[in-house]
Write a protein that binds this ligand. Structure first.
Ligand code: GLA
Length: 579
């Protein structure tokens, strides 16, 4: 239901943040952005696209196995001010920095820039001086340079928009381009551009700012892609008729162009979230999102029973793109291969070309029928029961004769042999689309994490729902939630190996400082933790962590608030329209 709603278009800030108080806190940023846009581009923006970051409360690295997750949007967000460019607007345009233009970078002299070209983009970023101004235009493949009156299906498939995303290098504009791909491919199929009847993508100026720290596990990359998709939709007049679910799908598909095969959690949380609730997001058999009120957001007289989530940044920057070979993308491959091998060991049939996921294997094991386009739905009760029982079956993936935890992996050769595929078939199915590097693949440990984490998500959801119906949050409710968060951290650290010493330390310190529970949030290997803390203890909790965690020792005031802060569920992505 939440996923089928339209993208909100607002004309006042209190609608954006759903409360006047919060809107007032953000008004200065929004005004500054609009003024800076006018200074740089000589006219007012037409729209500001907003997409928030997210904190995942529980359910890590299971979205790409198609299990449900439990995030909430945070107030920190990415804003993109934008406006279509007309001949008169580019006449007054002066670049704000000395960065080379697209044409100059390619070694061609081009002055002035081809600002009027269809779909030409001038993108500037206020977030950091290391993010230079960028200009680019979508290119079509060679064969469309001739006029195609009646393009055949073949022609259409042969064409791809080209925006030159460099997967080997981290570049801020890659996320803007990723969003642009979605809009171009959906609304301006490349061959249609050369027929006379179809409109061209509009040239656009954009200015980016934001408060979601990059590489911190709060999903700044998905927020960038969602905001960019929204900005291009808005300037091209294509917002009407797009549902939140469709926007999530566009953003998911296009973020993968940057080089990480991420699941859909971040995009769904950024787009579908609402204030005061976390989201239970499921991906299978189709995307669905259920808002779940969090304990503490219901009224209760006992102050000590109110709780808040506190985000703390380990200050270890982890970039999904840079390390994808040995971390994120490797985990995607390990979980997919473990699904195939587990299915074989459970006597479940899997097609030769089928990249089956652990969620689908569980469904088949539970007897869910295959229906057109997927599998029939399995209700939450049955799923919980299945997850409780399948833990034992995962032991079938444990390599024989290997007792030591460290040695539980298998080599590539062993993995291929276990998969029942030839080397060629295996490479085609699991390795041709991704670049990964490992001497041993940890199929047993990864799948053990995925099933147990998927079960914890359902248990976390149950506790929240129970507490919402009784409208009283008791200590034991918070303890139950905290225990699930701690188990999740343990599993991420030991089985999924996506933690790091600093995250292990910070979560331990959080527990010692009185948190009910604490865990890493997001992809891990650095970035942030999330801790559940009694509202009455927030100040003392923060000062204890400041004293105990060495990287915080010299931080005071705003600098400290930048790295450790309480958060409440915020509203999802939207477009603000200037009138
Ligand atoms: C990143 C990805 C998400 C998800 C998390 C781990 O944030 O973008 O899709 O896989 O890691 O839970």
């Amino acid at each position: 239901m939440a996923a089928s709603l339209p993208i909100p278009i607002y004309t006042s800030l209190d609608e954006v943040y759903s409360s006047l108080g919060t809107a007032t806190n953000h008004a200065v940023r929004w005004n500054d952005l609009a003024e800076e846009f006018e200074n740089r581009f000589g006219r007012k923006p037409a729209f500001i696209a907003r997409a928030p970051g997210r904190v995942n409360l529980i359910g890590e690295h299971i979205d790409y196995a198609l299990f449900g997750v439990f995030p909430a949007a945070v107030e920190r967000d990415i804003l993109i001010a934008c406006a279509p460019r007309s001949a008169s607007s580019y006449a007054s345009y002066t670049p704000a920095s000395n960065e080379p233009s697209m044409e100059q970078e390619r070694g061609r002299v081009a002055d002035p820039e081809p600002l009027h070209l269809p779909g030409f983009v001038v993108a500037e970023n206020l977030r950091h001086e290391k993010y230079p101004r960028k200009t680019f235009a979508p290119m079509r493949g060679m064969s469309t340079s001739k006029l195609l009156d009646e393009p055949t299906e073949e022609d259409v498939r042969a064409e791809e928009w080209m925006l030159d995303i460099d997967k080997g290098r981290l570049a801020w504009e890659s996320y803007v381009k990723a969003g642009y791909y979605g809009v171009l491919n959906r609304f301006f199929p490349p061959t249609s551009l050369v027929t006379t009847t179809n409109p061209h993508p509009i040239p656009v100026d954009m200015l980016v700012t934001g408060t979601v720290p990059a590489g911190s596990g709060l999903s700044s990359s998905a927020a960038m892609v969602v905001a960019s998709t929204l900005a291009f939709l808005a300037v091209n007049g294509k917002l009407q008729g797009i549902s939140k679910g469709e926007l999530v799908e566009m953003a998911m598909e296009n973020e993968q162009r940057v080089g990480v095969n991420s699941g859909g959690m971040d995009q769904a949380a950024s787009v579908i979230s609402t204030t005061n609730s976390a989201l239970h997001i499921t991906f299978f058999p189709k995307l669905a999102a259920e808002p779940i009120p969090l304990p503490g957001s219901v009224s209760s007289s006992a102050a000590s029973s109110h709780a808040v989530f506190i985000i703390a940044n380990s200050l270890v920057v982890s970039d999904k793109v840079v390390h994808s070979k040995t971390r994120y993308n490797l985990r995607v491959v390990e979980t997919l291969v473990s699904a195939r091998i587990l299915a074989l060991r459970l006597g479940i049939s899997v097609g030769k070309n089928e990249k089956v996921t652990l969620r689908e294997v569980l469904g088949r094991w539970l007897g869910a029928k295959e229906v057109k386009g997927g599998q029939e739905e399995v209700d939450v009760e049955k799923l919980r029961d299945g997850l409780e029982r399948i833990g034992e079956e995962v032991e079938k993936l444990r390599p024989e004769g290997k007792g030591d935890e460290e040695e539980l992996g298998v080599t590539l050769g062993e993995m291929i042999q276990m998969s029942g595929l030839s080397e060629e078939e295996f490479n085609e199915l699991y390795l041709s689309w991704v670049n990964v590097e490992a001497t041993h693949f940890q199929l047993y440990k990864r799948s053990k994490h995925v099933f147990s984490e998927a079960l914890r998500v359902l248990q976390f959801r149950d506790v929240c729902l129970r507490s919402a119906t009784s409208s009283i949050t008791t200590q034991s409710t918070l303890e139950e939630l905290g225990a699930l968060m701690n188990e999740s951290q343990e599993s991420c650290s030991k089985l999924f190996e996506c933690s790091c010493p600093e995250l292990d330390e910070l979560t331990r310190l959080a527990r010692e400082a009185g948190a009910y529970g604490s865990r890493l949030t997001g992809a891990g290997w650095g970035g942030c933790t999330v801790s559940l803390v009694a509202e009455s203890d927030v100040d003392s909790f923060i000062s204890k962590i400041k004293k105990a965690y060495a990287p915080y020792h010299n931080l005071e005031g705003e600098a400290l608030h930048e790295v450790i802060f309480a958060t409440k569920p915020s509203s999802g992505a939207c477009v603000y329209k200037f009138e």
